[in-house]
Design a protein around this ligand. Structure first.
Ligand code: UGA
Length: 435
């Protein structure tokens, strides 16, 4: 199968490389000439485990190519995936579809024959209909059809998620599109991955509903963690106790400093806009957005409290700034309001992150970034764990305690065991782990 992938961001690049790995012939198209040049040389634009090796091996086999020329990229393609960004529009939170429609317009003129055009970007309900209309208006070849195939991969586990999905959702309005997508996903089909064929609008909404539901789970457990703190119960055990119920499930019940990243914050807002336009209330998602915003904005207060109510002249070491481990992504990271809150209260902040410091430097100009966790903790009054990188789990707590001036450890990811931390000399506080 000959596939074109428009957009080489997270979703586009990972999907393109994985499709090539399935044996398809894939051309990835992006307007950013520098990025395409670097990709041709095997230099990845994002930090994602396993991606570089996957890209290189498929480029070597001649199955994966990169170009800035859309017409050349889509020439002869049976399927063209659109995987460009759909950021939240400033001001109202609507998904900004400028990049999608720009690509569609260009595509309408570039296609020489009919193809199945598939949105992989997260797009609001009805976008497929608008693309269909635009194709008609711009005179795309007759028989061009539009399908929706939302992507559910997580950053940091993107390749594994793509190759072993819980399900594949395909929204199409005609049999030829279903046929093409069935063929593209055949290797996963053979691996028994469930493929769900739905209408196009249903597939578009499924993506938002999935992300919103996961955001609900996270905010729910965060609020239960708050309650655990007040009533001296342990949220980890509560999460296990409820998660073993198959109807609830054990995943996404880890309390934290609030969800961040490029998807949940943007997609929950966009879902609210869709609901608003449809005149239907979504009170649960609306509340989740508020709960999460407030959580992120108040995390620094935990450090303030642990340090006795005054941060002036205090030095705080932050472990992890990426919005989650195994990524260098800083978008909507909870570390950003946390660090700002600490600095606004007069603290100086040192930080270490295994991958995200390059991006973080611009966002946190006053922070002293160090080469490892021990250097960040040196002379600090408090140590705050913000991102649960595996290497922080392996830290020598006694050694790090010795390098510090104070002994406060605020563990916003419940990485450490309280007893072990206390044995190492720390005054430990986690999330929802009793008083
Ligand atoms: C999320 C979804 O998990 C993917 O299925 C989806 O495809 C993707 O968005 C997308 O729409 O593209 P991602 O943003 O990469 O993936 O990261 P997650 O692992 O879902 O984490 C999101 C945020 O929730 C992080 O800040 C994380 O720390 C937080 N989280 C997650 C918790 O606080 N607790 C949990 O139990 C799980």
């Amino acid at each position: 199968m000959r596939i074109a992938m428009i957009g080489t961001g997270y979703v586009g690049l990972v999907s393109g490389a994985c499709f090539a790995d399935f044996g398809h012939e894939v051309v990835c198209v992006d307007k950013d000439a520098g990025k395409i040049d670097r990709l041709k040389q095997g230099v990845m634009p994002i930090w994602e485990p396993g991606l570089e090796a996957l890209v290189k091996s498929n480029v070597e086999r001649g199955r994966l190519n990169f170009t800035t020329n859309l017409a050349e990229g889509v020439d002869g393609a049976e399927a063209v995936f659109i995987a460009v960004g759909t950021p939240a529009r400033r001001g109202d939170g609507h998904a900004d579809l400028t990049f999608v429609f720009d690509a569609v317009k260009e595509l309408a003129h570039a296609l020489k024959g009919p193809a199945v055009v598939v949105t992989k970007s997260t797009v609001p309900v009805g976008t497929g209909d608008r693309i269909t209309e635009l194709f008609k208006k711009e005179g795309a070849p007759a028989g061009t059809s539009v399908a929706s195939n939302p992507e559910f991969l997580r950053e940091g586990a993107a390749i594994a998620d793509f190759k072993h999905p819980d399900r594949i959702v395909v929204g199409a309005e005609d049999e030829s599109a279903r046929q093409v997508l069935r063929e593209i996903y055949r290797p996963l089909f053979l691996n028994k991955a469930p493929i769900l064929f739905t209408g196009r609008r249903t597939a578009e909404l499924t993506k938002y509903a999935a992300n919103a539901f996961l955001a609900v789970k996270i905010s729910f457990i965060n609020e239960i963690a708050n309650l655990c703190e007040a009533v001296d119960a342990d949220v980890q055990e509560v999460a296990r106790g409820i998660g073993l119920d198959n109807r609830i499930g054990p995943k996404f019940l880890h309390p934290g400093p609030g969800y961040g990243g490029s998807c949940f914050p943007k997609d929950t807002l966009a879902l609210l806009q869709t609901a608003n336009a449809a005149g239907v209330e979504q009170r649960i998602v609306k509340t989740v957005v508020e709960v999460n915003d407030e959580r992120k904005a108040t995390m620094h207060e935990r450090v303030l409290h642990a340090l006795g109510g005054d941060l002036k002249g205090k030095r705080v070491a932050v472990l992890g700034v990426a919005f989650k481990p195994n990524t260098d992504d800083m978008r909507d990271a909870p570390s950003i309001p946390l660090v700002k809150g600490l600095q606004d209260q007069g603290a100086t902040v040192a930080a270490f992150d295994p991958a995200a410091m390059g991006h973080a430097k611009d966002l946190m100009p006053e922070v002293e970034f160090t080469n490892d966790a021990y250097a960040a903790a040196k002379d600090a009054d408090a140590l705050v764990v913000v991102t649960e990188w595996d290497e922080f789990r392996a830290i020598d707590l006694e050694r790090i305690a010795r390098t510090m001036k104070g002994n406060v450890l605020v563990d916003l990811r419940n990485v450490y065991d309280r007893a072990e931390a206390e044995e190492a000399g720390f005054d430990y506080s986690g999330l929802g782990r009793g008083r």
